[in-house]
Design a protein around this ligand. Structure first.
Ligand SMILES: Nc1nc2c(ncn2[C@@H]2O[C@H](COP(=O)(O)OP(=O)(O)OP(=O)(O)O)[C@@H](O)[C@H]2O)c(=O)[nH]1
Ligand SMILES: [Mg+2]
Length: 485
């Protein structure tokens, strides 16, 4: 309980850090259209993807301890279902769905982070829903069940862009399970592409977990190894990497019971894979800790980008100030020279000498002021426009790009900086930007360091906490008692 509370309060603090320091700046300068915390304020989420009939819904039902999602051999469920904790009903009552909300509600309620999915249209909204379930499994996380991937069904058939929806959901999720089954070991190239495009390379490996499900259907250990080998090969082709990602193995205990009843000898290898099943469940239950890591990365990434954004604005304005100053010096010098010439001419011109003796100085000053005003009205404006164009042409020189990290972060904001500067030219307050830069820089340097220290504390607590909550001791899991070979 202590651990849970600690993790929850840390999560709240991190979201507050984003809300108070990063969001106002992000909104003001067009870095983001919505408050940055919109996508991170809700509970930790686990997205479950896979081919149709790979056992996504069965696995979810097993986690929840009740038949909440429909299961079946053919493509069964064509909806995206957010499954979250229903506080309204006590966990002592039998586990069941306590409330269902439709997509329209979900996409518009600011309590949830799904507003970004609105762009996928009405067809998607009608295939999106939320279920509240009083299962203790959901106390600290939400699960997302997805329609199975069908190679033959095109985007148009679904009426919305399935790959894009998956990409958006993957960005919100703290863990993505990608399920395969022995019958279709490796037909998720498109899903992989959309995950690759949306999850940053830095966090991809930590966020995506490949799972070979329904392994009880392998006729023997040799059969399982063959399937495993095929999947490894397919995955290495999809990922384009030689090193094979970790693949966890699991199966539904209920289904396994049936299989064992058929032939207990051939499935006895399952006994040795109990640990693997625990690992999958443990990974899902660790979503709240993963959320902390993801939040830390979120704060680091956005504070760094905003820091560079503001640094570029400051440099633009400081250079503009110097440029203006130089130009004013030029204008003043021109005024003095022309005023001096006018005064000299006046002194030496007899006509003037006769009409006005004293106002010679006045003539000089008048010409001087005239030149300054004319300078301000015409050349300064033209020169400032030229200055702006030059800065836009050499926009990459607005901040020093010494390291690759700076280059990457600059790439992410470069377009937004150009957009803001083109809109405002020099028309923003340097003092304000400097103040904002100071507070963002503090978050970027000190805030992120403190966050990492707190995360280390969490992992120490995890290591020293004797409470092992993740045992896979389901009552109906008779495989635990199956005899070894
Ligand atoms: N033997 C065995 N059968 C399983 C296992 N998991 C699921 N099944 C069966 O496989 C079929 C498909 O399971 P679902 O959970 O509906 O699969 P899904 O991935 O949700 O399918 P869609 O919703 O259609 O994409 C069902 O008949 C399940 O009973 C398993 O681990 N072992
Ligand atoms: Mg399903």
């Amino acid at each position: 309980m202590y651990r849970e509370n600690y993790i929850n309060s840390l999560r709240t603090e991190m979201v507050d850090l984003v809300r108070v320091y990063l969001s106002p700046v992000a909104l003001k300068y067009g870095y983001s259209d919505v408050p940055l915390e919109t996508t991170i304020k809700w509970r930790p989420m686990v997205l479950i993807l896979g081919n149709y009939s790979s056992g996504k819904s069965t696995l979810i039902n097993e986690f929840l301890g009740a038949d909440i999602q429909a299961v079946g051999q053919a493509p069964t469920d064509d909806s995206f279902t957010i499954i979250t904790f229903g506080e309204s009903v006590s966990t002592d009552t039998p586990i069941d769905t306590t409330e269902v909300r439709d997509g329209k509600f979900l996409l518009n309620d600011p309590e949830y982070p799904f507003e970004i999915l609105k762009k996928h249209g009405h067809r998607f909204a009608s295939h999106f829903r939320l279920k509240k379930v009083n299962s203790p499994f959901l106390r600290n996380l939400a699960l997302i069940d997805t329609p199975g991937m069908l190679d033959s069904i095109t985007e148009r058939d679904r009426g919305y862009n399935y790959q894009d929806v998956i990409g958006d959901l993957a960005q919100l999720a703290d863990l993505v399970l990608v399920l395969f089954d022995p019958h279709k070991a490796g037909t998720v190239r498109e899903a992989h592409t959309s995950l690759r495009e949306t999850i940053s390379a830095r966090t991809f490996e930590d966020r995506v977990l490949f799972v070979l499900n329904r392994i009880d259907e392998c006729a023997s250990l040799a059969d399982l190894l063959q399937v495993y080998g095929t999947l490894c090969w397919n995955l290495s082709q999809i990922t384009g990497r030689k090193d094979i990602p970790t693949i966890n193995l699991t199966y539904s205990s209920r289904a396994a019971n049936a299989a064992q009843a058929r032939d207990p000898e051939s499935t006895s290898f399952l006994y040795h894979l109990q640990n693997q099943r625990k690992m999958v469940k443990k990974s899902v239950l660790e979503a709240p800790q993963r959320r902390l890591d993801n939040l830390a990365t979120f704060i680091e990434t956005h504070s760094e980008r905003l820091d560079h954004f503001l640094e570029a604005l400051i440099n633009y304005r400081v250079r503009l100030r110097k440029y203006r100053f130089r130009f004013w010096v030029g204008g003043t010098a021109a005024g003095i020279v022309l005023g001096g010439i006018a005064a000299t001419v006046a002194v030496h011109t007899e006509r003037f000498g006769q009409i006005m003796d004293a106002p010679v100085l006045g003539i000089g000053i008048t010409v001087f002021l005239f030149v300054l005003i004319a300078w301000k009205l015409l050349p300064v404006r033209i020169m400032e426009r030229l200055y702006h164009r030059k800065q836009m042409r050499h926009i990459d020189q607005l901040i020093p790009l010494g390291s690759q990290t700076r280059k990457d972060s600059w790439q992410a904001v470069r377009g937004l900086v150009a957009e803001y500067l083109s809109r405002k030219k020099g028309g923003f307050s340097l003092a304000e930007v400097k103040n904002e830069y100071k507070s963002i820089h503090k978050v970027y340097i000190e805030g992120t360091r403190e966050v990492r220290v707190a995360l280390n504390e969490v992992s120490d607590i995890m290591k020293n906490d004797p409470e092992e909550k993740y045992s896979f001791d389901d009552e109906n899991d008779s495989c635990q008692t199956a005899s070894p070979l």
